[in-house]
Design a protein around this ligand. Structure first.
Ligand code: FAD
Length: 623
């Protein structure tokens, strides 16, 4: 049976990619259906209840700048906020929030339920309807068919999911949820390259059985950071501390003694795990010289007794988990509420995707999130938003929204995936971006909000607030540029002791801010020179734009140079073997990857600048 109404965009999966995808498409005014296993798990965090961090925080701000939900929900659910790298330069500063797991889910659900053009339906999607290499709908577990112009699959770790605890294993999408078996089989029958990855999670502990006196307290920051550009400190719930403890030699001995029953070390798990979020058994093996590893003791929520011990993810048998937990300082009497486990799942080679996240083989079918080989809520959310937007743009017969590497971490993420693929769960780091100085958390709105507005992702309130902020920044910069201080100015008496070299001639306030020892806020506190802008985000922009202007300009020049050939198109049916001078290896790599542009070709590992020159010469000859 066909459902009574047809849709423009169907999003399958209500995790982090799916909710952003569905919201993005609906914000853009197209009829959207979010089809998910279970409405109670919309926006569920499968692993640790935290959003942001280095690289990931940048993605959250970008999602927010494009009108997405993740940052808004984090502000409503965050119970401990910190700015990481706060003593370092603005490019690598990042916001991280410990979230109350259920408040986060509720916040996401509320945003979904208030979104116009969005219908939610609870059922498993078991099949896709594909006609002449174009997706035209989906079929649910009970045989209900939904017609749509486009479909976005965001099914996370659920495809063919297998949960491992020691040498026991069973089918599951994550603990407590069923796997997607029928859909996995259907997708495996399509011409996509598929492989297995794995990820894991630690045991959850009963907070009432922990000894906090033996641990180090870690309070949040003051003043409290806010994640969304539209967020307010007043949105935050009550704040609480996290704690820190450590593994020790005894813990490591217990782990070693259990390795003969570890699914990872006995070859039962074949999928590769996240390098930067390894299990504790992996850590003691890889860093054999370290006799202790840090554990962040993170509360799961304000009204929850569950504790997430961040740093001891494991798939060892339960008896080993029990002993290893109890060997840790402060956990001597800990009760495990949920055992840790690893999960293996199917993912699809993202090189089979266009930059829009549409699959290369089935028109109208988009993939986003963990299905593309990434790990993390933020990576999933960013892809989801762009896949949902691009599905909507296709319905509207408009060009795709493709973010360049110099415009957004989301652009770096998708370009890395689509160009190079991944052999292990991919997570974002600031080091993945060439143009870090431009891609800061603080300026995500400056980089992206107008782009989002242009295609309907950004609502009137956000747009008005953004314009007000931009105007305030511009006016303040003009004022600082045109306000001059001479040695006889009344402010100089207070100013000089703050400077390495006293004011000896006329200086603009802008010049003074550029001095390393001076900041915008310090200068504005001097009578007669302030006051500083009230909006702290606008004030921060003023400071960064002035202090780093030279570096920023230099980076922009570099980008302009590399952009010259970035978008030069390479035909999809290009026969690379006909270009004389290209090595067999280069021909094989280009043929396998089929980059859409010269820019993408340059980022394939093993493709040399010489090979790029040959390609350019060949293209020029062809005219
Ligand atoms: P998910 O959040 O998994 O959401 C998928 C959604 O699709 C779910 O709502 C599901 O019910 C729904 N769904 C699936 N199949 C169907 C279907 N056929 N029909 C309808 N609905 C369907 N990330 C880290 O950054 N660090 C970690 O250490 C880490 N550890 C993890 C450990 C475990 C055990 C798990 C399960 C995940 C872990 N993650 C970790 C990953 C993180 O949870 C994911 O990256 C993120 O949730 C991916 O978001 P997603 O939207 O792609 O998928």
């Amino acid at each position: 049976m066909f459902y009574q109404q047809d849709f423009d965009v169907i999003v399958v999966g209500g995790g982090h990619a799916g909710t952003e995808a569905a919201l993005a498409a609906a914000r853009m005014g197209v009829k959207t259906l979010l089809l998910t296993h279970n409405i109670e798990t919309l926006g569920q965090m499968s692993c640790n209840p935290a959003i942001g961090g280095i690289g990931k925080g940048h993605l959250v701000k970008e999602i927010d700048a494009l009108g997405g939900a993740m940052a808004l929900a984090t502000d409503k659910a965050g119970i401990q906020f910190r700015t990481l790298n706060s003593s370092k330069g603005p490019a690598v500063r990042a916001t991280r929030a410990q979230a109350d797991r259920s408040l986060y889910r509720l916040a996401i659900r509320s945003i979904l339920e208030h979104q116009e053009n969005l219908t939610i339906f609870q059922q498993s999607c078991d099949d896709l309807i594909v006609e002449n290499d174009r997706v035209t709908g989906v079929v649910t577990q009970m045989g209900l068919k939904f017609k749509a112009k486009t479909v976005v699959l965001t099914v996370g770790t659920f495809l063919g999911g297998t949960i491992h605890i020691g040498l026991q294993n069973y089918k599951g999408g994550r603990a407590g949820d069923p796997p997607s078996i029928a859909l996995a089989e259907r997708l495996r029958a399509l011409p996509f390259r598929v492989d297995r990855l794995k990820t894991g999670t630690p045991a959850r502990l009963d907070s009432r059985t922990l000894n906090y006196d033996a641990m180090q307290e870690q309070p949040g920051d003051t003043p409290l950071p806010v994640v969304s550009f539209m967020g307010k400190v007043e949105d935050h719930p009550r704040q609480i501390s996290c704690y820190i403890t450590h593994t020790n030699e005894k813990t490591h001995d217990i782990i070693r003694s259990g390795l003969d029953r570890s699914p990872m070390y006995t070859g039962v798990i074949e999928g590769i795990g996240p390098r930067y979020c390894p299990s504790i058994e992996d850590k003691i093996n890889r860093f054999a010289d370290k006799n202790s590893h840090q554990i962040f003791v993170e509360p799961e929520g304000l009204n929850s007794i569950e504790i997430y011990p961040n740093g001891i993810s494991t798939s060892l048998p339960f008896d080993v988990q029990f002993d290893l937990v109890r060997s840790i300082k402060g956990f001597e009497n800990a009760h495990i509420i949920r055992p840790g486990y690893a999960i293996e799942y199917d993912f699809f080679d993202p090189r089979d995707l266009k930059q829009s996240l549409e699959t290369k083989f089935i028109q109208g079918l988009f993939f986003a999130g963990q299905i593309n080989g990434t790990t993390g809520y933020e990576e999933a959310g960013a892809q989801g938003l762009l896949a949902g937007a691009n599905a909507a743009l296709q319905v509207q017969e408009k060009d795709s929204l493709i973010l360049r590497r110099d415009e957004a971490y989301a652009g770096v993420l998708i370009d890395d995936l689509a160009t190079m693929g991944t052999k292990e769960p991919y997570r974002m780091f600031t080091s993945r971006a060439e143009y870090r100085l431009l891609l800061r958390e603080d300026n995500a709105d400056v980089r992206l909000t107008a782009k989002g507005r242009e295609i309907g992702l950004v609502d009137d309130d956000r747009w008005a607030a953004f314009n007000q902020k931009m105007e305030a920044i511009e006016q303040e910069k003009q004022r600082l540029k045109s306000t001059w201080i001479h040695p006889n100015h009344p402010a100089v008496e207070t100013l000089n002791p703050l400077l390495k070299n006293p004011v000896s001639r006329e200086h603009s306030l802008e010049d003074l801010i550029r001095r390393p020892e001076m900041t915008y806020q310090k200068l504005m506190k001097i009578e007669g020179l302030g006051p500083a802008l009230v909006n702290p985000q606008a004030a921060e922009q003023v400071e960064i734009q002035i202090k780093y202007a030279g570096y920023i300009e230099r980076q922009k020049d570099e980008i302009a140079k590399s952009l010259r050939h970035e978008n030069t198109l390479l035909p999809m049916d290009f026969d690379y073997s006909t270009i004389s001078g290209l090595s067999n290896e280069v021909v094989a790599k280009l043929t396998e990857t089929r980059p859409e542009t010269i820019g993408k070709a340059t980022r394939i590992s093993g493709i040399t600048p010489a090979a790029i020159s040959l390609l350019l010469v060949h293209l020029k000859k062809q005219g």
